[in-house]
Structures are given as structure tokens and as C-alpha cells.
Design a protein around this ligand. Sequence first.
Ligand SMILES: O=C(O)CCC(=O)C(=O)O
Ligand SMILES: [Fe+2]
Length: 345
Amino acid sequence: MAESLSKPVQELLVNGGELPKKYIYKKGENGVADASYPLIEVPIIDMSLLTSQSAAGEEELGKLRSALGSCGCFQAINHGMTASFLDQVHEIGKQFFALPPDEKQKYSRTVGDIEGYGNDSVLSERQTLDWTDRLYLTISPEDKIKLRFWPEKPENFREVLNEYTRNLALMNELLLKSMAKSLNIEENCFLEQYGQGATMTARFNFYPPCPRPDLTLGVKPHADASSITFLLQDKAVEGLQIVKDGQWFRVPIVPHAILINAGDQVEIMSNGMLKSPVHRVVTNSERERLTLAVFCLPDSKMEIGPVEELIDKERPRSYKTMKDYVAIYFENYQLGKRPIDAVKI
Ligand SMILES: O=C(O)CCC(=O)C(=O)O
Ligand SMILES: [Fe+2]
């Protein structure tokens, strides 16, 4: 079936009316039970300690390894960005979604492209759509940026997003090295698989209030195709949930921390020692929620696979080596499969 575009979620219920069927899961089918879910304790990691040669530095590397090896995520603090700067990053997203529909539509994505403003791609008639509108942008490298999708309002949008990108690019490099060190392998092992054409993409996720949280999902369960994902959560409104040991948990908000999770490509490169967690977003009937996810992706022309030093008798190779994991990801995602299973041995 050819892809079709649908009306922004934000505009669906402005004049009242019924929740459209294509957003509705059958009772219970969205997996959201009536009972509330427990909060998970997400480890907090002090980024400034990761480069320290001290005992505290060693300890932080140990925490990093155990966080990514168990729940697959952690809250990064002391990351070098001020609270007021992160508030600005959040604000540019909020202000964009608050613009009149005509203004936002100037940046609409087109059929077959994921970049730009829009909502879930309609790829099959049976698909249940996510209750969210998005603004999806390539933010690095510069020559892959498509400025026609970058809002001109608010005025500081481009400047703020560029500065955020520069900060996260440095953090990505620091983390890839720290992850390698924490696994006692040469610090450039993961970076070497990155290549020259590595990219970063940003996705502003806007979740309008939804009258039936029991029948919808903000984002259906998935793990990320990235190597590393940086999530700037909404400071005031919860919604993210994560699977650990087969159970769903709510992810707490830590204001001005960046929630960092391993994506599938780190799980693959680390031969499964670091985990790409399955997560979803639930809706709520009262408050809108805005988050910004930034995905770091290795060069699609590079071969990605488990680092040799992490393969041995006790831990045999668990994943194939491949190029362009993102393409494999979307092919399988559309078929309703967990993409990483397609590259498991
Ligand atoms: O909005 C969130 O809390 C998470 C969004 C997410 O999982 C994604 O954009 O991949
Ligand atoms: Fe995600």
C-alpha cells in the first residue's frame, strides 16, 4: 500500500468530535492496564566523572556498564549544559507546535520522506496510529541538513538546535569511548565503526491530551534504531515507559537531566552486553507533553557488528555484521517485528 498522510493529531479534536478509529486499540490491546505501573529506578550518571582517572571515575564507568547492561538507560547529569539552556531547547519545540496550522504546514513532510512536520506514516490499513505529531530533522553533518524543514519561527529555533547538536555530538563521542572502556576494550572500538558519514537526527515529539488513554498510545512499543539516543523529557508531564525483565515501568522525570538509552546498534556492537530497551509512550487526558529525541547513527555505508574482543567461548557472537541497519530496522518494523531479531544469529 502506498503511504498516505493524515491530519495532525493536534487538530483532530479541536472542535470536539470522536476519536478517529485509526488511533484506537481494541480494549486492552494497547497493553495499557488500568492499574498504574511502578516507577523504575534509572541510574544517575555524572558525565563529568567519566573522563576522570580517579577512583570516582572508575566507579562511574562501572555504573555506566551496569546501567546499560540492565535497563539500557540512565539519567545523565553534569553534562555541561545549563538548566536555562535546556529550557530554551524545550521551549523552541513548544513554540513551534503552538504556531497556527498554516505556519507549521510550511514544513510538512512529503509522502515517502520522514523529515519534516507530520505524524505517523500510514503504511497499512491495519496499523494503529501513534497519538503524536512530530518534527523530524537531520541535524548533523551540515551537508545533510535540509533547511527547508527547519522552522523560521520561533526566531532562535535554528541557533538553539545547532548549539544543542554540538553539545550532544561531544557527549556521543565521550559515551562511545566510555562504554568501550567500561567493557575493558580499546576506547575507540565503537567509534571505529562509526565512519565519516555518521548522522544525528532530531525528533520533537508533541503529544496532545487524549480523551482515551486506555485505548491509545503516544508511541507504540519499540527499541531505537540508533546507537545512542538522547532524550530531553518534558519536565512536568510523564509518559515514557520501559520494559525491564518482562515488566512495564514508568520512567521518572529528573528535571534537566538527559535520559540516555542504548539503541539497537550499540546492542549489536557490544555483542549484547549493552541493551537496547523496549519502550513506549502512554497518553493522558489532561496535559500536552513535548519531548526531544536525538538519535546518533553510524555511517550507513560502514559495516556494523559485534566487536571481536567481546566474542569468546562463553559469549559467542550473537549478531550478524551488516551495513545500513536503519533500512533493516524499518523493513521489519513495518511488518510488526522486533527489528533486532532479524540480525540475531
Ligand atoms: O517521548 C518520549 O518520551 C519517547 C519518544 C521515543 O521513544 C522516540 O522518539 O523514539
Ligand atoms: Fe524511542
